[in-house]
Design a protein around this ligand. Structure first.
Ligand code: TYD
Ligand code: MG
Length: 426
């Protein structure tokens, strides 16, 4: 290639290289809501000018949460516009009174900068935003909004896309932080499907079993923070209350000395909590072996069962194996491997793992127990909840452990066999 040709192909250089240390950044400014569970999921509060989508099934508590956010922000003297497309302003006022338990305490809360309107016409909403210049806007919900520019009905994909696009642009240009509430369709995707997820900065999903009062807020996308964090709430008479210690709930109904039940301290983001893993082994009928997992990866389960069979000689070939993570939690943490293996072994041998023991460790194909991350945080959580023993990877002891309480006995193991001996001794 001639030198002139290569010069023509070269992209025009926009800027001279600079030292990374000399690059000036503007730190994003964040506003905390003082709803700690929410602030943590957002990565330390709401980034000003960001657009946050809150998705979830109908009736899960999206309107309740967003009204609580509105109240919290108003109490901090921020100007908030709450656009309620589904409920009248009177209904919303009644809901707010419930949140404060009574009309008197609602009045005493000094919500002097929380404005509410029942409106579904996008053009009018944009006018309000221009006129009022609020710092925060809540749209509840995006599915009822419509833009006159588009002929299709509210809730259709093109309406949802158009309305959220324009709202996002307006909010960004005015420096407004925007909350968009969206219903989730039966198959779990946001109605007006994935289009919304690309437009916004942060996607929060509100999850929970319909008949349970606990709700989990999970970030599935966050341009300003990690997506590992979760927030736990309980739906009460007075709205959503924060659950600052989720371990207690997930263990609250644990059976005493039942075979197949094992507790493991898992990490969700920076936060440890304890979950119960249950294993059930039964003889399979019709020569069809079933291996089913709820809240745990099915392939990983198959692999761990193979380790038990091949390396420990346990007879699982003609058995059905069921695994369940209690409380509707989904466990991705590899540190839960050993507890899964122990739950199955304990179920098979019909020997309970003692009630005050937690089990930790990643399991390799040679049945070796591998080290886990953030051991101290996990053990401290178990200690806090009164557990007395922790079966853990020996390799973790190579580094110094900073334990807060010293109540808990550590039982280091190198292999699954050692763990099984330690647990099923008694
Ligand atoms: P809602 O926030 O309206 O759900 P979404 O906006 O996601 O459709 O709340 C749903 C349920 O929560 C509703 O059935 C009533 C219940 N609820 C309470 O139990 N306590 C409360 O204080 C409030 C406001 C609602
Ligand atoms: Mg609602």
């Amino acid at each position: 290639m001639s030198s002139t040709a290569s010069k023509q192909n070269r992209p025009a250089i926009q800027e001279e290289p600079v030292l990374l240390t000399k690059v000036v950044t503007d730190r994003e400014s964040r506003c905390t809501t003082d709803i700690q569970e929410l602030d943590r999921v957002l990565g330390g509060g709401i980034v000003s000018g960001s657009v946050i989508l809150i998705g979830g099934d109908p009736g899960i508590g999206k309107s309740t949460l967003s009204l609580q956010i509105g109240c919290a922000l108003s109490r901090k003297r921020h100007k908030v516009l709450y656009v309620s497309g589904e409920e009248s302003v009177k209904q919303t006022r009644m809901r707010a009174e419930r949140l404060f338990n009574s009309e008197t305490s609602f009045n005493a809360a000094h919500l002097d900068s929380l404005y509410i309107v029942n409106q579904i016409d996008l053009t009018v909403i944009l006018e309000y935003m221009n006129k009022m210049k609020p710092e925060f806007v809540v749209i509840d919900s995006i599915q009822v909004l419509y833009s006159q520019e588009i002929s299709s009905t509210p809730g259709s994909v093109s309406q949802v896309r158009e309305c959220s696009g324009i709202l996002t642009q307006t909010a960004k240009s005015m420096g407004i932080s925007l909350f968009i509430i969206g219903h989730v369709t039966k198959d779990g995707t946001l109605a007006g499907p994935r289009v919304l997820e690309h437009i916004v900065d942060t996607v929060l999903y509100f999850e929970g079993e319909r008949y349970s009062t606990y709700r989990i807020l999970r970030a599935t996308k966050n341009r300003f923070g990690s997506t590992n964090e979760i927030g736990v709430f309980e739906m009460t008479q007075a709205g959503l209350q924060e659950v600052l210690n989720p371990s207690e709930i997930f263990l609250s109904e644990r059976p005493k000395n039942a075979a197949g039940s094992v507790v493991v301290p898992i990490m969700e983001g920076t936060r440890p909590f304890l979950v119960e893993i249950q294993g059930l082994v039964s003889r399979s009928s019709f020569g069809m072996v079933r291996q089913k997992a709820q809240g745990f990866d099915a392939n990983r389960l198959a692999l761990l069962i193979a380790v038990l069979e091949k390396r420990l000689g346990l007879n699982l070939q003609d058995k059905d194996v069921f695994l369940n993570v209690v409380g509707g939690v989904k466990v991705m943490d590899p540190a839960a491997d050993l507890s899964v293996v122990m739950a199955i072994a304990s179920g098979l041998l019909d020997k309970p793992v003692s009630f005050d023991t937690v089990v930790l460790g990643e399991v390799g194909l040679s049945s070796e127990v591998r080290s886990v991350s953030q051991l101290a945080a996990r053990i401290n959580e178990a200690d806090k909840l009164g557990f007395k023993r922790c079966v853990m990877p020996k390799n973790n002891l190579k580094t110094r452990l900073e334990l807060k309480g010293k109540q808990i006995d550590l039982i280091p193991v190198e292999t699954v066999k050692e763990a099984l001996d330690a647990l099923c001794r008694n």
